[in-house]
Design a protein around this ligand. Structure first.
Ligand SMILES: NC(=O)c1ccc[n+]([C@@H]2O[C@H](COP(=O)([O-])OP(=O)(O)OC[C@H]3O[C@@H](n4cnc5c(N)ncnc54)[C@H](OP(=O)(O)O)[C@@H]3O)[C@@H](O)[C@H]2O)c1
Length: 395
């Protein structure tokens, strides 16, 4: 394998740091070209120095000078860029071979789309891009022959268990359904009456995975699984009725593909994001990821159960949005991002997250999505509506 140049968008986050860890173990195969953060100047400058990055991008343009100073202090020689132009350069510039799309939320859409437009190999962690712009994004990636390798552990597992040529139609390749597993999150067994007492710290304390705060809350409400269902629809060209969710609290089986002949192929591993990251980076080769190995002999309890949509209505809302199609997933995602941020800053309760999302989805009619601008407009409208919801209740 030739040495590839990698841009890590969102390098200061949980996925970003894990990506740099895997690259560090495989420096003969990967060079860091560009790194980006939103506001974390200190960490970004340290990373640039450690990996000798050529380009450092700070999304908050007001911090550009601060970043230049910090790079100097760290002895890093990276060029500095900021805001959207910087992110687009990191994602689409001629020196980048591989783009790790690991910005959280809809904020990652434009740069991920740029990578697709420029035909880069995309390692897709930023699931929100596919949720809100799935059809447009997949078409752009196909048009420009940009390989999209899923990093989400579930989708990476499915990708590994899929037959060749799945993109031409699952049924034609003998696939009956995709089974996404869900850990069930920290409140799998908590009574619904106690959801109003849940604190952000409790919601971010996932039993199996260590992740950023937004995805941790999404995992606790099961909205994360809902977003993943929509992500799977686009990644694998699946009909909604070909996707099933099962709760699997041990997080050992990362997902499965069921075939017409009764075979079920599962991908297993310890719950460590470095495995799917390493798989996506090296695909179709395999590299060392630094993870603990599974000890199957010690595993006497692998259980699976149906999700409880009454206690976790966010998952049902996502299935509804997927069935409605068009702009419905954009509304779902934007309302959820506002709801999670309001919960994390203590404005609304954990139990109000699905109420806010459901109300906003009801208020905004579904409209057609034909391009990226349609997505952005719908996203802004849903954010305004969601912010109004919060203001109307809490002033
Ligand atoms: N963590 C996981 O295990 C995991 C697993 C599967 C999928 N994912 C997906 O991967 C993505 C990243 O998740 P994460 O857990 O790594 O998130 P995270 O820890 O919160 O990190 C987010 C990264 O995005 C940057 N960022 C935040 N807002 C931004 C903005 N407006 N513009 C540009 N950059 C921005 C952050 O910069 P600062 O540090 O400066 O704020 C940080 O580098 C999400 O889409 C998530 O759903 C994560």
């Amino acid at each position: 394998m030739n040495c590839k140049k990698v841009s890590v968008l969102g390098s200061t986050g949980s996925i970003g740091k894990n990506t740099l860890d895997v690259i560090d173990r495989n420096r003969d195969l990967f060079h860091v070209h560009a790194l980006s953060a939103h506001r974390n100047v200190t960490e970004l400058a340290e990373q640039c120095a450690r990996f000798n990055a050529r380009l450092a991008v700070i999304a908050d343009a007001s911090l550009e000078n601060e970043l230049a100073q910090a790079l100097k202090q760290n002895g890093a020689g990276a060029e500095v860029m900021s805001g959207e132009p910087g992110l687009l350069e990191a994602a689409g510039g001629p020196e980048t071979d591989i783009v790790m799309a690991a910005i959280v939320g809809a904020a990652g859409l434009r740069s991920t789309f740029e990578a697709a437009h420029r035909g880069k190999k995309i390692l897709l962690a930023n699931k929100e891009s596919l949720v809100i712009a799935g059809e447009v994004f997949v078409a752009e990636a196909r048009r420009n022959k940009a390989p999209v390798i899923p990093v989400d552990s579930e989708h990476n597992a499915i990708f590994q268990a899929m037959p060749e040529g799945f993109e031409h139609g699952l049924a034609e390749r003998g696939v009956e359904k995709i089974i996404l597993t869900a850990s069930g999150g920290p409140f799998r067994q908590l009574a619904a009456e106690r959801f109003s007492d849940v604190t952000p710290e409790q919601a971010c304390n996932h039993p199996n995975w260590s992740m950023g705060r937004k995805i941790s809350v999404d995992s606790a409400t099961l909205m994360n699984k809902g977003l993943e269902v929509i992500e799977a629809r686009w990644l694998f060209n699946a009909d909604p009725d070909q996707i099933e969710v099962l709760v699997h609290p041990q997080s050992v089986v990362h997902s499965m593909v069921a075939y017409r002949d009764g075979s079920v192929l599962a991908q297993m591993g310890t719950p460590d994001m470095r495995t799917p990251i390493a798989h996506a980076l090296a695909w179709p080769s395999r590299i060392e990821a630094g993870v603990d190995r599974l000890n199957l002999a010690q595993m006497n309890d692998l259980s699976f159960e149906k999700p409880d949509l009454k206690r976790f209505p966010c998952l049902g809302l996502a299935f509804e949005a997927m069935a409605s199609g068009a702009s419905a997933p954009v509304t779902l995602n934007a309302a959820n991002e506002i709801a999670v941020a309001a919960f994390l800053d203590g404005t609304i309760g954990f139990d109000e997250i699905p109420c806010l999302v459901a109300d906003v989805m009801e208020r905004i009619p579904v409209s057609a999505i034909e391009n990226l601008e349609d997505v952005m407009q719908q996203d802004q409208q849903a954010r305004r509506e969601a912010n109004d919801w919060v203001k109307n209740i809490y002033g």
